[in-house]
Each structure stands twice: as structure tokens, then as C-alpha cells.
Design a protein around this ligand. Sequence first.
Ligand code: HEC
Length: 263
Amino acid sequence: MSDSNRAFFHFSALPMSTRMVYTMTLLVLGTGYLFAMLQVFFSHAGLDGNPKNISAQDIRIAYHGSETDTRLVTALKGPMAGMLPEAERAVIFKWVDEGANPDAYETRIKPILEARCIACHDGSNPHIPVLTSKDEVMKVVAKDTGATIPTLVRVSHIHLFGITFIFFIVSSIFTHAYMRPLWLKCVIIVLPFLTILTDIFSWYLTKWLPGFAWFIIISGALMGISFTVQWVVSMWQMWFYTLPPDVEACGGALPVIGGKKRT
Ligand code: HEC
């Protein structure tokens, strides 16, 4: 047997109590992973207007912001379209297109809103935006720029520390699995540590260039695959698996004490 197998202790060589610790840890971490996936779903799924699934567009909007419209323009193209004549609507669109200059608001926009909108948007209905003052109107024309840098930095440090802990535990357990070729086992172990880095750097890249949303998606998928493989193989080999006889006999898996295999 090659040297690479020298210090390899298979699960079957570990005490029952250690295997219990490993099993329970994997059970709780597996549950944690499922909740993490639910959290990703609930915080992203509705962003592109379709709350049923999570799409690349959801990820782009979350990090980069909406490419298309502000809230005001979306409303005026949709449910509020009939509230004012076409010509007045065009004035509002032009103002937003030119960057929603607050100084032009008083002369060009305020008269239209007062005549057409504030009958309803005067604050009497708490569920719709107030359009009676400049500050309130500026809120519905603010460009959606996605997650802010301070938010990304906060989530980055939590993820870098947290996910490293999780995979340090999971892959330390997985080192006791028998998997050949050895390089495959090594790739599975290294992958999540690399993808947490590519995932987090892609957040910042996506904020800048929305196309990088795919890097976030691929990183997350590879991390999930690695977690699943390590979890399933560890659990299975811990309780249901018998090592091939040549591996067991070489002494690499089961420690040899005084020339006799320990049972
Ligand atoms: C007859 C009452 C009424 C008038 C007049 C009216 N709105 Fe609304 N507006 C509503 C109601 C009700 C909603 C919430 C339901 C909806 O979005 O369809 C709403 C929602 C909105 C929203 C928020 C959409 C969102 O993102 O949730 C904006 C922005 C808006 N209106 C702008 C305007 C503008 C601009 C005008 C004037 C041109 C106007 N509204 C005139 C009743 C009115």
C-alpha cells in the first residue's frame, strides 16, 4: 500500500463514542444547511417579481440592484398609468431619466403630483407611499443599487468565519472515509474552502458587474455538492460499510498492534 495511506484511520477503527459525536454533529449541521438554503430562498426569491423560485435575476438584483426602474416608474407603467394624462406622465419619466433632480421637482413635478396623485397619496392610507413632500417623493425615485458595501462586509466576515468552522468540522470527520482515487477525496475536501472565497469575492464583483451573479450561483452549488458528498459518505461508511479486505489487511485502516490486527 502506498505511503499516502499510512496514517489513515477508517471510521470502523474509531471508538463507538467518537462515531456518536460525529453522527450527531453531522445531523445538526445537515439541518443547519437546510435552514441556510431556506434563508437564501426567503431573502431572494421575490426580488425579480416572481416569488415562486430563485433565479439568476434575483441574485443580480440582490447584489447589483435593479437594472430597470425605480418604484415610481414601475408604478406609472403599471397600476398608476391611468391616473394622469400621457403628456404629464412623460414629464415625470423624463425627470426620472435625467436623474430626478430635486431642484426641478418644485417646478415640473410637484404641480402634477398635487393635481393627480395626492388625493390618495397624502398619508391617509399607510400602505401606499406619501407623495406630498420632496423628501417623500425622492424615496420612490432612488435608484435601487442592491446591497450596500457595509452590509456585504458584515455578511462576508460572518460567512468567512462561520463556513470555515462548519467545513473544518465536516471535512475533519470525512478524512476518516475511504475514498479512492485519493485526489478525488482531496478535491472534495478543498472545494468548499475555495468556493467560500469565490462566493464572497463574487458578491462584490456582482455589485459592480451583474454578470458575476453566475459565479455566486456556481460557487454555492459546488459547496452544496461537496457538503452533501461528505455528509452522505461519512454517515454511510460510519455505520453501514465494510472496507475492502486488502485495505483492511494493510494495517492502514485498522491499527496493527503487536503484529496482530486489533478487532
Ligand atoms: C385613486 C387613488 C390613487 C391615485 C389618484 C393615485 N394612486 Fe398611486 N396608489 C394607489 C393605491 C391604492 C396604491 C397601492 C396599490 C397598487 O400598487 O396598485 C398605489 C400605489 C402607488 C405607488 C407604489 C407602488 C409600489 O411600488 O408599491 C406609487 C409609486 C404610486 N402609487 C404613484 C402614484 C402617482 C405618481 C400618482 C399620480 C399620477 C398616483 N399614484 C395616483 C392609489 C392611487
